[in-house]
Design a protein around this ligand. Structure first.
Ligand code: SF4
Length: 515
């Protein structure tokens, strides 16, 4: 990251310290504070004495240097809670106001930037978590994701967008980063180019797939595309209504064809101005593979003899001791790193079979089944915007499904968001839940809207359909009954759900009618 940019950011942190002081003294309300603090990647939690700091890592790359920082910080600062997020960041929770600016500066000295982690900024640039190591990928988009990060961090203080901008790079075989429906998505293709889509996005109101603006963009020209997207957004986005300010609303105001036309005009202008060409090649993995390992959490890489180990702490809540445990292990394993995945999983990559066995041991406390890989946002007990506590809802259903002893696969991974902000991407989940309320005898009761059959698979991206509103207290029983029906038929969820829609829908309808 360039030194001038870092110096400017350091000087901005002085201003943040004053803003935090004003918030603590009650001179600023939550909204005004969030307006400033979000730009630094920090918010006050529901309890205003506690703060969250979002550490962004381009492409979810938790390198050894970053892992050491995390391990040392958690220990020294007694960080209360760590949360992996669907934007491939790691959130530190329950910080005091005084810790926030200190940690922002220290993080930057360890190549972790919180700048733009919130607010109307370019957010963490995402990348397929197994980019560079995944069998079948078109090519490794990591260098372009990192170049996009540098570019966006370099210009973020000079632009004024109506809302945030999320950019994602897919390696062509895994689109868990949602390049098909991000504000801007680049999907790697076998011919060495990117398919570019824009103005997609989730959110309870008006979720939209991205529109295709170029089928075969040259990788060396991606910064022109990003500039064109920002110029289009700044010119045609909605500055009057925050509710309609995300890029996807430009599909309504300009129409898909009009939006594409505007974008391509800005793209042509950016290319004519020049100065943003890239010349990048992926870094080859030189480590030699060794040994053979068969384990459900050990994924063979495309490099023979090397493995990625999958570790999913329940609900994406990383145990406080885990960064230190992983650092002490990985520091003696050359050329390994961790990737934070958008489904709140960690992948430790580039491991020989022996190394993978050791990592499996240290991470044996994570999810045991596909269902336990479910995704949940931090939820309303922490998040000031939240309606429902997604984490406690997830814990309740995991406990019930363990108690029922359902076979692995009888239930899919589910996605739970505590409010319409969709932080778990529940619209793309096989089963998704969105926190809300349900009136029972005119009394609002805690409930979740259930969505069915969403997907983020490459070439099959679709949003789930609303199925029912279920009282929160009935979620465990509903999921146990659905999973039991699939198990009784001897089928996995996907097979059973597709073949038994009437039975499935009847079970859901029964729970939806409970008062
Ligand atoms: S979905 Fe809602 S409750 Fe959950 S983290 Fe996002 S804003 Fe907060």
């Amino acid at each position: 990251m360039n030194e001038q940019w870092k110096d400017t950011f350091h000087s901005e942190i002085e201003g943040l310290k004053e803003t935090i002081g004003a918030f603590e003294r009650g001179e600023l309300d939550r909204k005004a504070y969030k307006g400033v603090s979000g730009g630094f990647g920090t918010y006050a939690q529901r309890d205003p004495a506690k703060h969250m700091l979002r550490l962004r890592m381009a492409g979810g790359r938790l390198t050894l240097e970053r892992l050491k920082f995390l391990a040392d910080t958690v220990e020294r600062e007694q960080v209360g809670r760590l949360k992996l997020t669907t934007c491939q960041t790691i959130q530190l929770h329950d910080l005091s106001a005084g810790q926030v600016p200190v940690l922002i500066e220290e993080a930057m000295d360890n190549s972790i930037y919180s700048k733009g982690g919130g607010g109307d900024n370019p957010r963490n640039v995402m990348c397929s978590p197994l980019a560079g190591v995944q069998p079948g990928e078109a090519f490794d988009p990591t260098p372009w994701a990192e170049a996009a990060t540098e570019y966006l961090l370099g210009i973020c203080r000079d632009i004024h967008m109506p809302r945030k901008l999320k950019v994602a790079f897919s390696n062509g075989v895994d689109d868990s980063v949602h390049s098909a429906f991000r504000d801007m998505g680049f999907q790697a293709k076998e011919d060495g180019t990117f398919h570019v889509r824009i103005a997609g996005g989730l959110g309870a109101a008006n979720p939209r797939m991205g529109i295709s603006v170029e089928e075969s963009a040259a990788p060396n020209e991606i910064l022109y595309h990003i500039k064109a997207m920002i110029d289009t957004f700044c010119a045609h986005g909605n500055y009057q209504s925050r509710a309609k300010a995300r890029t996807r609303y430009m599909q309504d105001t300009l129409g898909p064809d009009g939006l594409k036309e505007a974008y391509l005009a800005y793209l042509a202008a950016a290319k004519a101005a020049g100065g943003l060409d890239l010349d990048l090649v992926p870094t080859p993995i030189e480590k030699q593979g060794q040994g053979v390992l068969t384990h459900p959490r050990a994924i063979p890489q495309k490099q023979p003899g090397l493995y990625a180990v999958r570790y999913h702490p329940i609900g994406g809540c990383l145990p406080r001791e885990k960064p230190a445990q992983l650092y002490h292990l990985l520091k003696d394993m050359p050329q390994t790193e961790i990737r934070v995945a958008p489904d709140e999983t960690l992948y430790v990559i580039d491991l020989t079979a022996d190394e993978a066995e050791k990592v499996l041991e240290v991470t044996s406390d994570g999810a045991r089944t596909e269902f336990e890989h479910s995704v949940a946002c931090i939820g309303a007990s922490v998040c000031q915007q939240g309606i429902r506590d997604s984490q406690s809802a997830l814990r309740a259903v995991v406990d019930a499904v363990r108690e029922a002893d359902l076979p692995d696969g009888a239930l899919p991974r589910i996605c739970i968001s505590g409010c319409p902000s969709s932080c778990s991407a529940h619209q793309a989940g096989t089963i998704g839940f969105q926190g809300g309320v349900k009136l029972v005898d005119k009394v609002p009761m805690p409930a979740f809207q259930m969505l069915l059959d969403g997907s983020d698979a490459v070439g099959q991206a679709r949003f789930g359909s609303p199925a029912a509103t279920i009282l929160e207290r009935d979620l465990p029983a509903l999921l146990v009954e659905l999973g039991s029906a699939a198990a009784k038929a001897g089928q996995d969820w996907h097979t059973w759900s597709a073949a038994h829609t009437q039975e499935r829908d009847a079970i859901i309808a029964r729970y939806a009618s409970l008062q």
